[in-house]
Design a binder for this molecule. Structure first.
Ligand code: ARG
Length: 414
């Protein structure tokens, strides 16, 4: 029989998918569960896959690969989609696609499958990545193909003796890995409704978080975090430690109406404590190690990078080009930032670097000031020259306030 490798989470959808694929496609299903730090018992997931009919169930600890090759580059890139989302799910999909393709090659499977629906970004990320890595593979997306609602799915599970997870299913659609957690659907579909407290599974409510702040020092080398409070740590434990501190203080919650790639607006709740802390610290370090011009251009690159990741174009030439820029851009982003965590806020309160461009003798208003004040006069003269010329020649240009029109208030107000 032909084989298919299915990306398996252990939840109801992908468990039903195991049976549905064997019945509808007459294929042997091999499941692949990638551990990206989403928590959960990997051995139990494996047993469950076999119990629902998989012929083989594999698990891969991909946490370190995820951090080294996906999370850290996105941190160096300062990648944040629509100023709200550190891309946890979007970064995980190309890695899972990579692992699916690898296992398909190893087992001789002619197809791969995933549990994404037909309305989201994830189907695009999976399909585009898989098609790029191995065009000959057939892609099966049961949830995009079957016409079952949740109740029908549960009926199907009962009829086929597929155990329904005993954990109380919250009425939300969620996804998680060590970089963040997303929550959609249920009451959140009403964009006017405040998220009930039960959408947050990781972070404590800032209102009831500890009343005393906690300080953490994060050290970076070339844009990559290497230690916390002077203790050198590998990427995975470093993120886990910041995750716990962030969760205690209610850091990294966000409520955002997001523009999906396929044209839908979607209300998303995110919890991203470690990402929030590290992005805050990384940015603070860039403020002393990059020039004004570098920072301005980096912002453009960050937006492009975030979009590239969000849109599922990880295995693209554009990515290689942006990565080449970032490698040089991050060369001097080395140093330490002190972060204060307090009641949902994460603030950089100290920064230092051997590569620092912040020069106290230039910045100071004190006696040891070395800045040439006369040079400022000449600079101002030239900086304003073209604007002054314009105001003199094109009379009105320099002496009008911008006009603002307001409906029903006459033509305009000034
Ligand atoms: N909106 C986020 C994204 O597109 C999160 C998606 C979460 N996926 C899910 N299957 N619940 O990356």
């Amino acid at each position: 029989m032909e084989k298919v490798v299915l990306a398996y989470s252990g939840g109801l959808d992908t468990s039903v998918a195991v049976r549905w694929i064997s019945d509808n496609y007459s294929m042997d299903v091999i499941t692949l569960t990638a551990d990206l730090g989403q928590a959960g018992d990997m051995e139990a997931t494996k047993r469950r896959a076999l119990a629902v009919g998989a012929v083989d169930a594999r698990t891969v600890d991909a946490k370190q690969m995820f951090v080294d090759h996906f999370v850290w580059p996105s941190l160096q890139a300062s990648a944040k989609y629509e100023d709200a989302y550190y891309l946890a799910t979007a970064l995980g999909r190309p890695l899972i696609s990579w692992l699916l393709v690898d296992l398909a090659r190893e087992t001789g499977a002619k197809a791969v499958a995933h549990g994404s629906t037909g309305k989201g970004n994830d189907q695009v990320r999976f399909d585009v990545s898989i098609n790029t890595l191995e065009p000959s593979l057939r892609i099966i997306a049961p949830m995009r193909e079957w016409n079952m609602n949740r109740d029908q799915e549960i009926d199907y599970a009962k009829k086929h003796d597929i155990a329904i997870p005993i954990t109380p299913e919250r009425p939300y659609s969620t996804d998680a890995n060590l970089w963040g957690r997303s929550v959609e659907a249920g009451v959140l579909e009403d964009a006017w409704v405040e998220p009930p407290e039960d959408v947050y599974e990781w972070t404590s409510n800032p209102a009831t978080a500890p009343k005393d702040p906690e300080y953490i020092e994060v050290e970076f080398e070339q844009g990559i975090p290497i230690s916390i409070d002077s203790q050198l740590l590998d990427g995975v434990p470093l993120i886990q430690q910041l995750h716990e501190a962030g969760c205690r203080h209610g850091i990294g919650r966000s409520d955002h109406v997001e523009n999906r790639l396929i044209g839908i607006k979607s209300r998303e709740i995110y919890e991203m404590p470690a990402a929030e802390i590290l992005h805050t610290a990384h940015y603070a370090l860039e403020t002393i190690t990059l020039t004004r011009e570098q920072m301005r251009f980096k912002k453009l690159v960050s937006a492009e990078y975030a979009r590239m990741v969000y849109d599922g174009l990880w295995f693209s030439g554009l990515h290689r080009e942006l990565a080449a820029y970032l490698e040089i851009n991050q060369k001097n982003v080395t140093g330490t930032v002190r972060i204060k965590l307090w009641k949902g806020t994460c603030t950089a309160v100290g920064r230092k670097s051997p590569e620092s461009l912040y020069q106290t003798e230039l910045a100071t208003y004190g006696a040891d000031d070395t800045f040439d004040h006369n040079a400022a006069l000449g600079f101002i003269k030239l900086h304003g020259l073209s604007q002054q010329t314009q105001a003199r020649t094109q009379i009105a240009a320099g002496r009008e306030l911008p006009r603002i029109s307001r409906p029903g208030k006459g033509d305009s107000v000034q």
